[in-house]
Design a protein around this ligand. Structure first.
Ligand SMILES: C[S@@+](CC[C@H](N)C(=O)[O-])C[C@H]1O[C@@H](n2cnc3c(N)ncnc32)[C@H](O)[C@@H]1O
Length: 525
């Protein structure tokens, strides 16, 4: 990109660097025209959006190689390393690929479930069994592993059903004998103990249902543009605002450790995107919310095996449904347009990929690219540095061209659309919030000094996991002596008062220690 920037003719650079918002359709159109005639632009576009250079797609050979390494560690009893390699294989395995006669992804989930079982991670083991069963409901080994894990958890009724199904589906006589023995043991245990059901999906219910009781009003302030107030007095520690993001993106360095949808730390049984190798999620639920439903030929439970009795068919249907979340019709799957295996979603800066998400969401809501994509947010394009103006232009053209090539050929980059995208990028710079999560790390001091059975102390660290646009939340202005504090739980923004705020006072957060791109006005500064 730097190379492309360096060969832009000076006269085009100058008009862009001196441009105001009203000049954008013309400057964007001029730069687009130059790009389209420049071989380097087409080369860059080919690398970012071309299918022959796509590195972020699925890769059967690499997946099989990781699977072999996983199997080798499993055989040696190194279950943590086996789990690591099965997860790597899952990230690359094509969803419909067969490995011998079984679906490769389902096999990998069962192999990983076996490692998790050995590591005594039974809830995670059950989740992986469920994932395998959703993909291959007639996979005897998946039902067997599920039965054994349920038995270990004391879910005796589920264990018995799982093992009975496994026994019916298992083709080999020795395998059937093995299942029979396990079933007998489980039945014996059932006789001696009462059954307790341990939650199988391990998804925690959200504890974030608190809603603010007041309405926020938009006011025009003399020095800071629009701001927010309320008509009532606000006691200290009152929740004044909650909001879901309009669009959100994880930062590059947290791609392997945090869920790309809910931004929580990843569990050991990560869920990869079924269609590309970039995002990983903490659950099937998050994966579906981010990527939408990938239609596959999942057999109806009653067609799995004719000799399975009705009560077990019911059990199969319940298991298959466990991992499906309900999405409303208007739900926008924010990663869907990015998962074609091409490189741009992994390579372009998060700000720009976020702009792509907003653009595609606007298209999804309006069902067209012809409608305005601009959001009702402040921007400061006029005050932007000349270098940034040039950069916004280049990225806007590159992003639109990538989307046209890899997502929707109906997108036609022209001066007007590119100008809207340049403004959108400026709005993201001014309004996007750093999504910060707290992480506690246990610290053990010298061995003799630590308390028995636990760490001697822990530190609480703020981790900036991602970046998001909250349409109302971005109306909070900055103060060095703020009266409200913004924090995040998963994707939700919460704003709470830190002191008593009298009715009519503007509610202001601290944007944090940074170099502000506006003339910073505070009573205290
Ligand atoms: C996230 S927006 C806040 C909402 C904005 N005032 C509006 O009208 O949409 C950030 C912008 O608000 C203005 N702003 C916020 N706090 C300010 C402050 N303490 N001093 C001056 N301008 C401020 C700046 O223009 C800044 O770029």
């Amino acid at each position: 990109m730097e190379k492309l920037k360096s060969i832009i003719p000076d006269r085009i650079k100058r008009t862009i660097e001196e441009s105001g918002p009203e000049d954008l359709p013309s400057t964007c159109s001029t730069l687009l025209h130059w790009c389209l005639q420049t071989p380097l632009f087409h080369k860059i576009l080919g690398e970012l959006a071309g299918s022959d250079t796509a590195l972020c797609g699925k890769n059967m050979e690499a997946a099989l190689d990781f699977k072999r390494q996983g199997n080798s560690f499993f055989t040696k009893g190194d279950y943590a390393s086996a789990l690591h390699f099965y997860s790597k294989a899952l990230r690359l395995a094509p969803i419909d690929a067969q490995d011998m006669e079984k679906n490769l992804v389902a096999t990998l989930y069962v192999n990983r479930a076996s490692s998790l079982y050995k590591m005594d991670r039974l809830v995670e083991c059950l989740r992986d069994c469920n994932r395998a069963i959703v993909i291959s409901p007639s996979y005897a080994k998946a039902w067997y592993r599920r039965g054994v894990a349920n038995a270990a958890l004391g879910n005796n009724h589920h264990a018995t059903c799982d093992l009975k199904i496994s026994g019916i589906l298992e083709p080999s006589p020795s395998g059937k004998g093995h299942v029979e023995r396990e079933l007998k043991e489980t039945r014996d245990k059932c006789r001696n103990k009462s059954s307790s059901v341990v939650h199988q999906d391990g998804r925690s219910q959200s504890c974030i249902d608190e809603k603010p009781k007041m309405k926020l009003n938009i006011v025009h302030t003399p020095t800071k543009g629009r701001g927010l107030t309320t008509e009532v007095d606000i006691p200290e520690a009152t929740l004044v605002h909650t909001e879901q993001p309009y669009a959100m993106i994880i930062l590059k360095r947290f791609r392997d450790t945090y869920c790309h949808y809910c931004f929580k730390e990843l569990p050991v049984d990560v869920n990869p995107c079924p269609s590309c190798s970039i995002p990983v999620y903490c659950s099937q639920d998050c994966q579906l919310r981010a990527g939408g439903m990938f239609e596959r030929n999942i057999p109806k439970s009653n067609s799995i095996h004719k000799s399975i009795p009705d009560e077990l068919q019911k059990h199969i249907a319940e298991v298959i449904v466990t991992d499906r979340c309900k999405l409303d019709d208007n739900h926008f799957a924010e990663h869907r347009h990015e998962c074609k295996g091409v490189n741009w979603p992994a390579v372009l800066p998060p700000d720009i990929v976020l702009a792509g998400r907003i653009l595609c969401k606007a298209k999804h809501l309006a069902d067209s690219f012809e409608h305005q994509i601009a959001l009702d947010l402040a921007h400061n394009y006029a005050q932007t540095t000349p270098e940034d103006k040039l950069e916004f232009h280049i990225y806007a053209i590159v992003l639109l061209s990538c989307l046209q090539q890899s997502h929707d050929p109906k997108i036609q980059p022209d001066g007007v659309l590119i100008a809207q995208l340049v403004i959108l990028i400026s709005q993201i710079k001014v309004n996007s919030m750093a999504v910060v999560h707290m992480k506690s790390t246990d610290i053990n001091v010298a061995p003799g000094e630590s308390r028995a059975g636990g760490p001697s102390s822990s530190t609480l660290e703020q981790i900036r996991v991602g970046q998001a646009i909250y349409l109302s939340g971005s109306l909070f202005n900055h103060s060095c002596q703020p009266n409200v504090h913004a924090y995040f739980i998963s994707r939700t923004l919460f704003v709470r008062s830190t002191k008593f705020v009298a009715a009519g006072c503007t509610l202001e957060i601290s944007y944090g220690p940074q170099v502000y791109d506006f003339i910073h006005i505070c009573l205290c500064c």
